[in-house]
Design a binder for this molecule. Structure first.
Ligand code: BMP
Length: 221
């Protein structure tokens, strides 16, 4: 399964309905800060109850010293399988501590190596070699790399090899097409508004899945 649905701007009931109806079709769900701030951290376990077996990721945009990232992660860790942090904060006193903490709980670390918006070219992409070396040292379960710039995904895969999962946002609302990131070497595509903002989110998710399959067929020819 290749689709992770990003839940950002929904209420708990709407999100529960969505996760329940998409449960058999997706790899997992990424829950963002807007959802958690609006609905409270406790809403996460409520939400997970609708589809407990899939991959649940807390996207708290962590970018701080290790001590603070651990405190933040501890407030969601019991309800999720993985936590996302930014790669640019570096290893020592930051991501090393977070990784050790998550390892001790049996949870996964995902680090951002570049972002999907245009401004990421101004700073993030320039630091890519350094951030990839952070990832190579830490060996997180996964990294986030942009669907909007497949060359970054290819570079990430080439540098980090097959042992890491690549998760790619930027499909639909940000311009990339379903399947593009998978063709460049990503394992999962993260899709938010294209699905959560659709009149019929389930139909939209089905459409994303069939477009992914079609694109993968074509790029493998
Ligand atoms: P959407 O498909 O609605 O554009 O949502 C993309 C999701 O991926 C959002 O939750 C956003 O926070 C996240 N994301 C992103 O768009 N680009 C990145 O580089 C990193 C992200 O986590």
């Amino acid at each position: 399964m290749t689709l992770i649905v990003a839940i950002d701007g929904l209420g708990v009931e709407e999100a529960r309905g969505l996760t329940r109806s998409l449960c058999t079709r997706v790899a997992g769900f990424k829950v963002g800060l807007p959802f958690l701030l609006a609905n409270g951290v406790q809403s996460l376990s409520e939400l997970r109850g609708a589809c407990p077996e899939k991959l649940w990721i807390a996207d708290l945009k962590l970018a701080d010293i290790g001590h603070v990232m651990k405190l933040v992660a501890s407030s969601v860790a019991s309800s999720v399988d993985a936590v996302i942090a930014h790669g640019f904060v570096g290893v020592r006193g930051a991501l090393d501590e977070l990784k050790e903490y998550l390892d001790s709980l049996g949870k996964k670390l995902i680090i951002v190596v570049s972002m999907s918006h245009p401004g990421a070219e101004e700073v993030y992409d320039k630091a890519l070699p350094s951030i990839l070396s952070v990832a190579a040292k830490l060996r997180p379960w996964g990294v986030v790399a942009p669907a909007t710039r497949p060359a970054i995904i290819r570079e990430t895969r080439k540098t980090l090899g097959q042992g890491v999962k690549i998760l790619s946002p930027g499909i639909g609302a940000q311009g990339a097409r379903p399947g593009e990131a998978l063709c460049a070497g990503a394992d999962y595509e993260i899709v938010g508004r294209l699905i959560t903002g659709a009149g019929d989110p389930v139909a939209s998710a089905e459409e994303v899945l069939s477009k992914q399959e079609e694109m993968l067929r074509r790029c493998k020819e």
